[in-house]
Design a protein around this ligand. Structure first.
Ligand code: NIG
Ligand code: FE
Length: 393
């Protein structure tokens, strides 16, 4: 029997299990958690904890499941601060900027890419993220995409092949040739280190038919689909995501009634990325309409050097509450349980017996402070269960 650790005297404990506490967040006041072998073995009130080998007194701090960042692009080199400054001076965001990062990424060594990834992974962890997804998408050759995913797979199980991010310069005017490469040789080189396949289905990137071709090829190769949809304009991306039972339709900035109905009636999570709207000074997605229709929302950082260069899930929660009219409870749920649903996982995003011991304590008495105290680093401690052993590539 491995050692057990008890976290005691938790001011407000978010379990995300309504059977364990109050409301949708399953909140226990004066709660405690026992951890054993990297898993939660018991959850309840501090007064009821049995003897354990190690006791940590949280002195009234809030505790919640580690954040699940289900959408990030961390395999890149270079920076595009100049584009951000230009946007804040009135320039619009365009998908074409991705090609600048592609040039810098292709020129970088494996060591440089790995070091940048580790730096961002450390930032995520410091900000309370215990599971993150990352995409390729800044290599756009078979070799560069495959190496990105191999590096990614060394730090997370949630890896996404995004060869269809944009058409690279050398395929200018020949998008269908590039789609054939992405759905053919490139896919087969990337699949061993990928769980997911994604496409940027939008203006300046790939249309619905091209996106469907790539996603179906990925599904046939054993990958599961997710999709960048409706970020820059109304279009067919959300409908395609639902048609293919994608785990997630990401961005969802421009939705019509049909899109909202389709998401609400599906198992496809709407992953909202308010960092992108913040950093591109765009309209925010209509989270309220999605929630009122019954859709499931995940919040994620979209961390990337172009449209959202942040690793802060606390900022996503604050933006979702202040600017997207989500309640603090809804936003915290979407940044934890919602993220787990967007990754089709049932071992994370909650703190109930059997779930991974991925836990965050706050220097605050409740999770509401994540939105109430914007811009303040409230993360006290982060417990993270070890990653499962990697499948050999
Ligand atoms: O999710 N939308 C596509 N991809 C990224 C942006 C990438 C970039 O600008 O470098 C996003 O916002
Ligand atoms: Fe993205």
């Amino acid at each position: 029997m491995s050692e057990s650790t008890a976290l005691l005297n938790i001011g407000s404990l978010v379990t995300n299990d309504p059977a364990l506490g109050e409301g949708a967040l399953g909140i226990i006041t004066g709660g405690a958690i026992v951890i054993q072998g990297g898993r939660v073995s018991w959850v309840g009130r501090s007064a009821d904890v049995d003897a354990t080998t190690t006791v940590i007194d949280l002195e009234g701090r809030a505790v919640l499941p580690g954040f699940v960042d289900s959408h990030a692009h961390l395999l890149f080199a270079g920076d595009r601060a100049d584009e951000f400054a230009a946007r804040m001076n009135g320039e619009p965001y365009a998908a074409g900027g991705i090609r600048r990062t592609v040039t810098a990424t292709r020129a970088a060594t494996d060591e440089h890419l790995a070091a940048n990834l580790r730096r961002l992974a450390a930032e995520l962890r410091r900000s309370g993220v215990t599971t993150f997804e990352t995409k390729s998408g800044y290599g756009l050759t078979t070799q560069d995409e495959a190496r990105a995913l191999e590096i990614a797979r060394s730090v997370t199980d949630e890896t996404t092949y995004l060869g269809a991010h944009v058409v690279p310069a050398e395929f200018e005017g020949r998008p269908d040739d590039y789609v054939a490469l992405v759905a053919g040789d490139m896919l087969h080189s990337c699949a061993p280190n990928s769980k997911w396949i994604d496409v940027f289905c939008d203006e300046g990137a790939f249309d619905v038919d091209q996106s469907r071709t790539v996603l179906l090829a990925g599904i046939a190769a054993g990958l599961a689909p997710r999709l960048h949809a409706n970020q820059l304009q109304h279009g067919g991306g959300v409908q395609l995501a639902v048609e293919l039972d994608a785990a997630s339709a990401d961005h969802c900035t421009y939705l019509d009634d049909r899109d909202i109905e389709a998401l609400a009636a599906s198992n496809t999570v709407a992953t909202l990325l308010p960092g992108a709207e913040f950093s591109t000074r765009s309209r925010y997605p209509d989270a309220r309409r999605l929630l009122d229709a019954g859709a499931t929302i995940a919040l994620a950082t979209d961390c990337n050097p172009g449209s959202s260069y942040t690793t802060s899930m606390s900022l996503m929660i604050a933006l979702a509450v202040r600017d997207m009219h989500m309640t603090p409870d809804e936003a915290v749920w979407s940044a934890t349980f919602g993220g787990s649903m967007a990754l089709r996982r049932n071992d994370i995003g909650r703190l109930s017996p059997g779930s991974r011991a991925d836990i965050v304590s706050l220097n605050a008495p409740s999770h509401i402070h994540l939105a109430y105290r914007p811009g303040v680093d409230l993360i006290d401690r982060v417990w993270q269960a070890p990653l499962t052993p990697k499948v050999a590539a």
